[in-house]
Design a protein. Structure first.
Length: 335
């Protein structure tokens, strides 16, 4: 495989936003590093929060944080990977040596803060990605496509981590709000964990897809559902009204996980939180071990991420479409 010196990609700066550049350098892997040929990269709502709302994830980097590729070149002393092997990036890009990383909690590595793939550090909206720490690559199972794999690194991994964090099991009664890119996979994961699930979504199209999974879905909760009914509420939207709904309908000692980033801040009813000992848990992306497990779920057919594809240069069109809610599920791009 001959590797070019220059490549195209979508580069983000705070001053100019996301811009196509035709002359980005292709990195040369140093000791312990490797170069990835990007095969597929997913577009995510978080990208919109950065581009349109100024969510601060650093400056001067190639965006695209849902990345699947194949190993194109190995740096000196890089071991454990073969040229051509298909791998996916664990977005949080943990350092591997801090206390959190050593405990398997590499999604909250402090040393990698804003050094995340496509969020601070370079990501997949380019043809070749220099991977500084190959420990943050996970092999893609043979029966999972690279397009699916890209989507799995966030749209499956993030809800998977949240479902595990909430301890969802066959006795859990779970409310899921929002059946979009992440929520629709969260529903399948919670189902694979054996939970009883109720889903809310305002969009008829989204409700149709949930119904096909054999899961109860409504525009708003039916009147026979009592406040304090759910063990776990997973909110994939997170604006004040959806958060309020979660608090009202969570059982005493229940768990609310606000997974979405719909509002920069939400408030909670402190009295109710204290009296009923409600737990609000933060959940960030997922660990490298979670990604291996998420691949296993998809490989076994328990979760099927819905993925559409497009050439990477059409990215700006799809960013607008996503902003205008013109599609459901995930679109991945092939550079
Ligand atoms: Zn994302
Ligand atoms: Zn670390």
């Amino acid at each position: 495989m001959s590797i070019p010196d220059k490549q195209y990609g979508f580069f983000y700066t705070k001053a100019d936003g996301l811009k196509l550049k035709e002359d980005l350098p292709v990195g040369k892997p140093g000791p312990g590093q490797l170069l990835l040929k990007v095969d597929a990269v997913g577009l995510c709502h978080s990208d919109l929060h950065i581009i349109y709302e100024g969510l601060d994830c650093g400056d001067n980097y190639v965006m695209g944080h849902e990345i699947a590729g194949s190993v194109a070149a190995l740096g000196p002393e890089t071991v454990g990977f073969k040229i051509g092997e298909r791998v996916a990036c664990v977005g949080p890009n943990g350092c591997g040596i801090c206390r959190e990383c050593r405990a398997g909690l590499d999604n909250v590595c402090k040393n990698a803060f804003l050094d995340w793939f496509g969020l601070g550090y370079n990501g997949g909206y380019e043809q070749y990605l220099l991977v500084k720490r190959p420990r943050n690559l996970v092999r893609i199972p043979d029966n999972v496509t690279s397009d699916q794999a890209a989507a799995i690194t966030d749209a499956v991994l993030t809800p998977y981590h949240a479902v595990k964090l909430a301890g969802i099991n066959p006795t859990s009664n779970v409310l899921i709000i929002g059946a979009g890119g992440l929520g629709i996979n969260g529903i399948q994961i919670a189902k694979a964990f054996g939970a009883k699930i109720t889903v809310l979504d305002k969009k008829e199209e989204a409700r149709k897809i949930v119904k096909e999974l054999g899961v109860s879905v409504y525009e708003s909760l039916p009147s026979d559902v009592q406040p304090g009914s759910f063990d776990v509420c997973l909110d994939f939207v997170v604006v004040q009204p959806t958060f309020d709904l979660c608090q009202k309908y969570t059982k005493p000692k229940g768990i609310i996980i606000p997974v979405g980033l719909g509002a920069p801040k939400v408030s909670f009813d402190l009295g109710d939180l204290a009296l009923r000992e409600i737990n609000i848990l933060g959940s960030f992306w997922g660990t490298s071990n979670d990604l291996e497990e998420a691949f296993e779920l998809v490989s076994k057919g328990l979760v099927t991420p819905k993925v559409a594809k497009a050439p990477l240069k059409e990215l700006p069109t799809y960013i607008k479409k996503l902003k205008n809610n013109e599609y459901e599920g995930r679109v991945v791009f092939n550079p």
